[in-house]
Design a protein around this ligand. Structure first.
Ligand code: HAM
Length: 418
């Protein structure tokens, strides 16, 4: 028996109903905020991700599914969507008509992380990105929209964490202060952090290894090193969130695992998922469009982890499962043929009808009707065909009524539809 790949899983009926419900709510909320859907490929040239996410990140260093195709081009299954949305925005010159654009995209991402609860190698994200708006209100709008969706899905036990990562002007000052602080504690750092210390010391603030966490205690805060423009930008973000009644905490250790971020960064954390506590993450990436060869335009966005969100939504998938409206138990060749025609016709009126294709015994058909939790049953045998009528039974109330077989789909649609 061939098994699925480790870290890749099937989302089955009974669960997919909940996923569809979440996706439907997300699309509804996002479109109310003016976001349009963009669909992008699941595979891109490796270079796109290496340049966007950064060579010295965990994702690019050790988590990408990269392989040469038959012509030798290096390709990668997307570990995230932002780089591809930016690539598309530049390649399709979407900015030419109007640089200010709002997109959302939903789909699978691939990272070769160690699988555990809430962490998969194929996982799903709901992304939202705003291009061409530099003001902090775009970041506030994203966080407000994200919290609105979570509220609509009745997700509780969440906290919005925000921080600013500054810009290429002010970050070097902070980096130097951080390197100076960490160099006194260098021997306590894990191998990854030691190696990346010079190029990417901010990683240490995000490292989960206990030694690194301890070494970073009391580290300088980036918010104390922001230039005037970045500090003002961050103040505006906080004031806007307060104005929108969005509760948040300023988290000076929030640095994110991707290198493209500037200024606002945020994460939605939950206490309900154990170690994998980030439900969503995002921030501003003002330099990325230019870095990838496009115009010098600002951008900001976020991604929700759909696998994790599905764990937090209190709605039970069972309550969303659609059961048959009617089960037609058919006995004998003629009835089987009629029942088959009826179920096809009923589907056109959005009545979900089931029948048996093989003419099994009445007892086994009624058992199946019961197992499927059909709202009504109708038994049609030779006698019923001769009489031109059959008995419709409401399974909840046990009420029975005789109905004519002539124009049966219409009669059923009238009764059940009502
Ligand atoms: P990220 O923080 O790497 O950001 O991922 C966003 C969310 O995806 C995480 O908060 C988490 O819920 C989910 N996630 C990540 N890895 C896994 C995994 N292995 N298994 C299950 N869920 C996972 C980004 O990807 C950025 N592109 C977000 C963004 C959009 N920033 C700006 N625009």
């Amino acid at each position: 028996m061939i098994q699925s790949i480790r870290g890749f899983r099937d989302i089955l009926p009974g669960e997919t109903e909940l996923w569809q419900y979440i996706e439907k709510e997300a699309i509804s909320v996002f479109s109310d905020f003016g976001f349009k859907e963009i669909r992008i490929p699941v595979m891109e040239k490796t270079e796109l991700f290496a340049r966007s996410i950064g060579e010295d990140t965990d994702i690019v260093e050790k988590e990408m599914y990269t392989f040469p195709d038959r012509k030798g081009d290096l390709l990668t299954l997307r570990p995230e969507a932002t780089a591809s949305v930016v690539r598309s925005y530049i390649q399709q010159k979407i900015y030419a008509a109007d640089p200010a654009q709002k997109f959302y995209t939903i789909g699978p991402m691939f990272r070769r992380e160690r699988p555990q609860k809430g962490r998969y190698r194929q996982f799903y994200q709901i992304n939202a990105e705003i291009f061409g708006v530099a003001e902090a209100n775009a970041d506030a709008l994203l966080i407000f929209m994200l919290m609105t969706l979570l509220k609509r899905l009745q997700v509780t036990d969440i906290e919005a964490h925000v921080n600013s990562l500054g810009c290429p002007e002010c970050r070097p000052t902070f980096r130097n202060a951080l390197i100076a602080f960490l160099s006194d504690r260098a021997e306590a750092l894990c191998a990854d952090c030691t190696r990346r210390m010079d190029k990417n010391p901010l990683r240490v603030l995000d490292c989960k290894v206990p030694g690194c966490r301890e070494a970073a205690t009391g580290a300088p805060a980036i918010t104390d090193h922001l230039c005037t423009e970045c500090a003002d930008h961050f103040e505006t973000l906080k004031a806007s969130l307060e104005g929108l009644d969005v509760p948040f905490v300023v988290d000076k250790r929030l640095v994110r695992g991707l290198d493209y971020y500037t200024r606002s960064t945020f994460e939605i954390l939950t206490g309900a998922l154990g170690a994998q506590n980030a439900v969503a993450g995002g921030g501003r990436y003002d330099g990325l469009i230019k870095l990838l060869g496009g115009p010098d335009l600002p951008a900001t966005g976020f991604a929700i982890g759909l696998d994790r969100l599905a764990e937090l939504v209190p709605t039970k998938a069972e309550s969303l499962v659609r059961h048959p409206d009617i089960y037609i138990a058919a006995l004998g060749e003629k009835s089987l043929g009629l029942a088959f025609q009826w179920i096809c016709t009923l589907a056109l009126s959005s009545i979900r009808a089931e029948t048996d294709y093989s003419g099994r015994s009445l007892k086994s058909q009624m058992k199946r009707a019961d197992r499927l939790d059909a709202a009504y049953t109708l038994i049609v045998g030779e006698q019923e065909i001769e009489n031109g009528a059959a008995v419709l039974r409401n399974m909840k109330t046990s009420d029975q009524q005789e109905i004519s077989l002539e124009n049966l789909p219409k009669t059923l649609a009238d009764i059940i539809g009502a």
